[in-house]
Design a protein around this ligand. Structure first.
Ligand SMILES: NC(=O)c1ccc[n+]([C@@H]2O[C@H](COP(=O)([O-])OP(=O)(O)OC[C@H]3O[C@@H](n4cnc5c(N)ncnc54)[C@H](O)[C@@H]3O)[C@@H](O)[C@H]2O)c1
Length: 455
C-alpha cells in the first residue's frame, strides 16, 4: 500500500518505519524542515530502541522516504495518517491546530478518494472537525471528492514502541464505513496474523478509548502513590504491598509502581484534556481531578524530602541527579519529574549535577540558560555527577543505575544520602552500607532533626 504519514515524531516515525518494514511504500511528512533534512541524511532525531535499524533498512530499500511537502504527502498515500502533536492548551484542552492544519492541507491538495486516519490523540468529535475542515477546503476549490475519516488511536509506549506496534494488544478502529474498514484490515493484517486484534467501533467511542486507556493507567499510578503516602505514615513498605496486590490476577503488576509521579508526553496532557472535555460536556470528573492532584503533589515529594533533610543548608549545595528522561529507554523529557525537581532545587538556591544515558541533548536544548549560569552541570557518566555533591537523587530508573558501586557513592558524597524517586534500591542494604536512604512509601520519612546531624 502507498501510505503517507503527517508528523515524524515518536508516533509518526515508528508507525512509518514499521509499516514500511512489512512492505508498504511510505512517505513521512513533517513541517519541521530541519527534522526532514536529518532524516533524509540518515539521522534519526529521536531515541527509540531499534528504530534506527528499521528506518535505515527501509530507506535503503526505497520503501521509506521523507518530505516536507504536504502536496506530495496527499498525492502519495492511498491512506493518509495524521500523527502530529496535540499538546495541551493553557486551559488543559488539547490543541488541535496541527491536526486541523493537516486536514486543511488534505483538502487543498486532494485529487481522488483517500482514507484519512487519525492517529493523534484527540478529543471526541475531532474526526467530525477534520471532516469539516477538509470539506471546507474542497468547497473553496469548487470540487467534490470522496474521502473518509477514520479514528485509529495509537497505544504504543515510548521505549518499547517498535514491539508495541509490531505486536499490538489490539488495534482500535473507529469507522462506520465498510470501505474504509476494508483498507484498515488490509493495513494491519501483517500485525494481526496470529489472531484478530482489530476492535472495530464507532468513531466517537474510538476517540474516547484512547483517553480512557491513559486515564486508567494514570489512575493506577496515582492510586499507588496515594497508598505510598499512607504506608509511610503507618510504618509499612509500599513495595511489599505492591507485591501483595500485584499477584492478584484481578489487579496485576503493571502500572502499580509508586514513585515520583508520572510525566511524559501523554499521561499528564491526556488526563487534563479528558477532564476538560468531560467538564465541557457536563460530566463528573472527581476521580480524574484527584488523579492529577495526587500526581502534582508526588512530583514535588522528593524535593520536599531533600529540603527537610538539608534545611537551610540546601542553598548553595550541589545535588547529583541520575536520570532526566520521564522514563527509561527514551530521551523524551516532556513533563518529566526531573524538571519539576530541578526547578524546585534551583528555586531553593541549589545546583544540579545531572547525568542521563540518552537525554543530555534534550536537556541542553531545554536549559541553555541554566547551563550557562552553572545551575545545571551535565556530566558524561553517573559517577561524575557525584563529584562535589551533597546527595544523590534518582529520578529515572535506567538499568545502569540499578546496581551501582555503593562504596564509591559513599565516598564521593559529602553526606552519604540517597533520595530514590523510583524505589530502585533496597532500604535494608542501604542501612547495612551506612547510607541514609529515602524512597517513596517505605516506612521512613525525613524528620526535621536529621538536619541537625549536618551540624
Ligand atoms: N509519544 C507517545 O508515546 C504517544 C503514544 C500514543 C499516542 N501519542 C499521540 O500521538 C500524537 C503525536 O505524538 P508524538 O509524541 O509523536 O509527537 P511529536 O511531538 O514527537 O511529533 C509531532 C510531529 O508533528 C510535526 N507536525 C506538526 N504539525 C505538522 C503539520 N501540519 N504537518 C506535518 N507535520 C507536523 C511536528 O513538527 C513534530 O515533528 C499526539 O497526539 C500524541 O498524544 C503519542
Amino acid at each position: 500500500m502507498r501510505l503517507s504519514i503527517f508528523g515524524s515524531g515518536y508516533v509518526g516515525l515508528v508507525t512509518g518505519a514499521c509499516l514500511a518494514d512489512v512492505g508498504n511504500d511510505v512517505l513521512c511528512i513533517d513541517i519541521d524542515g530541519a527534522r526532514i533534512a536529518r532524516l533524509q541524511a540518515g539521522e534519526v532525531p529521536i531515541h527509540e530502541p531499534g528504530l534506527e535499524a528499521i528506518i535505515s533498512r527501509n530507506a535503503r530499500a526505497g520503501r521509506l522516504r521523507f518530505s516536507s511537502s504536504a502536496s506530495d504527502g496527499v498525492a502519495h498515500g492511498q491512506a493518509i495518517m495524521i500523527a502530529v502533536g496535540t499538546p495541551p492548551e493553557e486551559d488543559g484542552s488539547a490543541d488541535l491546530s496541527h491536526v486541523l492544519a493537516v486536514a486543511r492541507s488534505v483538502g487543498e491538495h486532494l485529487q481522488g478518494y483517500r482514507v484519512i486516519i487519525d492517529k493523534s490523540t484527540v478529543p471526541v468529535g475531532t474526526a467530525d472537525r477534520v471532516q469539516r475542515a477538509i470539506r471546507d477546503e474542497l468547497l473553496k476549490r469548487g470540487v467534490d471528492i470522496e474521502f473518509e475519516v477514520v479514528s485509529n488511536p495509537e497505544f504504543l509506549k515510548e521505549g518499547a514502541a517498535i514491539a508495541d506496534f509490531m505486536k499490538p494488544d489490539r488495534v482500535v478502529v473507529g469507522t462506520d464505513s465498510a470501505r474504509a474498514l476494508d483498507l484498515m484490515r488490509q493495513l494491519y493484517e501483517p500485525f494481526t496474523r496470529n489472531r484478530e486484534r482489530l476492535v472495530v467501533m464507532d468513531v466517537r467511542s474510538a476517540e474516547l478509548t484512547k483517553y480512557a486507556a491513559n486515564a486508567m493507567l494514570a489512575t493506577k499510578i496515582s492510586f499507588m502513590n496515594e497508598l505510598a503516602g499512607i504506608a509511610e505514615r503507618v510504618g509499612a513498605d509500599i513495595e511489599k504491598v505492591r507485591l501483595g496486590i500485584g499477584s492478584d490476577s484481578r489487579i496485576g503488576f503493571s502500572f502499580i509502581y509508586p514513585g515520583a509521579g508520572y510525566g511524559g508526553s501523554c499521561f499528564p496532557k491526556d488526563v487534563r484534556a479528558l477532564r476538560h472535555a468531560a467538564e465541557r460536556a457536563g460530566a463528573r470528573t472527581s476521580l480524574l481531578s484527584a488523579v492529577e492532584a495526587v500526581n502534582s503533589a508526588q512530583k514535588i515529594i522528593l524535593f520536599e524530602r531533600i529540603k527537610d533533610f538539608f534545611g537551610e543548608g540546601l542553598a548553595g549545595s550541589n545535588i547529583a541527579l541520575w536520570g532526566l528522561a520521564f522514563k527509561p529507554n527514551t530521551d523524551d523529557m516532556r513533563e518529566a519529574s526531573s524538571r519539576v525537581l530541578m526547578d524546585a532545587l534551583w528555586q531553593a538556591g541549589a545546583h544540579v549535577r545531572a547525568y542521563d544515558p540518552v537525554s543530555m541533548n534534550e536537556a541542553r536544548a531545554l536549559y541553555p540558560r541554566e547551563i550557562a549560569s552553572g545551575k545545571l552541570v551535565l556530566v558524561e557518566n553517573a559517577m561524575k555527577a557525584l563529584q562535589g555533591a551533597s546527595a544523590l537523587t534518582v529520578i529515572t530508573e535506567w538499568q545502569e543505575f540499578r546496581s551501582p558501586d555503593f562504596d564509591a557513592i559513599k565516598n564521593a558524597l559529602a553526606i552519604p544520602v540517597i533520595f530514590d524517586g523510583r524505589n530502585v534500591y533496597d532500604p535494608a542494604l542501604m542501612r547495612r552500607l551506612g547510607i541514609r536512604y529515602f524512597g517513596i512509601g517505605r516506612g521512613e520519612s525525613v524528620r526535621s532533626d536529621f538536619s541537625a546531624e549536618l551540624g
